[in-house]
Design a protein around this ligand. Structure first.
Ligand code: ATP
Length: 253
């Protein structure tokens, strides 16, 4: 990778009272890339996302976004720089419709007056309509979001993030609890969003990761164990050892 990466972690380590949750972690993401990050429980995946979003400060090392160090920048400002995070549990307004949820997400970029009076210009309304289509929620646009399926709520929240046009989308375990069909549709959605956005997905569901057909980074004990295609990492003896050695049910198969 010769061009400036969109995101780069250089030698990032995080100590929680002497326990190293991340240990000399190095990672580069190119603009528009789709990347999967896997690792057994406790590998440091959540801490890794927390460091990127500024929730946790590296004890050592640095994080660069578009070449700019994020050290010392608040979580709020990092989000405004163009890093959006989708948490595992959907955080949509249950009593509002998907359309209204998206209108609010789009208007976060508007003036406080527009937000207060619920005014949306035609381009913002078009954007809401476009996003409803991208995530397949047009038929449900005007019903209560609380009545959507778990998968539909996940897609709505992804659309709400995309509404703010982040360059980097961090997506944490998007398919936990989804049906097989919803899981497949989620991988299609993330593939579709990459290119326009850089998308980093953390998941335990290996079928889903395979479907993404994206480079995979394996974390173990807070650092990168290996990177490659799903086939490459799945046949790497170090990865097999880490998964089968630590998880009696052997989730990695
Ligand atoms: N605030 C904290 N204080 C102390 N230890 C922590 C803290 N946060 C995380 N850890 C420890 O750091 C290690 C990495 O945790 P992390 O949650 O990042 O792993 P993970 O890969 O996301 O795990 P999982 O797949 O179970 O969510 C774990 O051993 C965890 O117990």
């Amino acid at each position: 990778m010769t061009s400036t990466p969109l995101l780069e972690l250089r030698g990032v380590s995080v100590s929680f009272d002497g326990f190293w949750a991340l240990s000399d972690l190095n990672l580069r993401l190119a603009p528009g890339e789709l990347r999967a990050v896997i690792g057994p429980n406790g590998a440091g995946k959540t801490t890794f996302l927390d460091v990127i979003t500024g929730k946790v400060r590296p004890t050592k090392g640095d994080v660069f976004f578009r070449g700019q160090s994020l050290l010392g920048i608040s979580e709020h400002k990092i989000a405004r720089l163009g890093i959006g995070r989708k948490f595992q549990t959907p955080r949509v307004y249950q009593n509002l419709t998907p359309r209204r949820n998206l209108e609010l997400a789009v208007s976060r970029r508007s003036s406080p007056f527009d937000l207060l009076f619920g005014r949306l210009d035609s381009s913002a309304r078009d954007r809401v309509q476009h996003l409803l289509g991208v995530v397949g929620l047009e038929p449900h646009a005007n019903q209560r979001a609380g009545g959507l399926s778990h998968g539909q709520k996940q897609w709505l929240e992804i659309a709400m993030l995309v509404a703010q046009d982040p360059q980097l989308l961090l997506v944490d375990e998007p398919v936990a609890g989804l049906t097989d069909e919803e899981t497949m549709l989620t991988s299609e959605l993330l593939k579709q969003l990459s290119g326009d956005h850089t998308v980093l997905v953390i998941e335990h569901d290996m079928e889903f990761i395979r479907d993404l057909k994206a480079p995979v980074t394996v974390l173990h004990e807070g650092h990168v164990l290996c990177e490659g295609s799903m086939d490459q990492v799945q046949s790497d003896p170090r990865v097999i050892e880490v998964y089968l050695g630590r998880e009696s049910e052997g989730e990695f198969n």
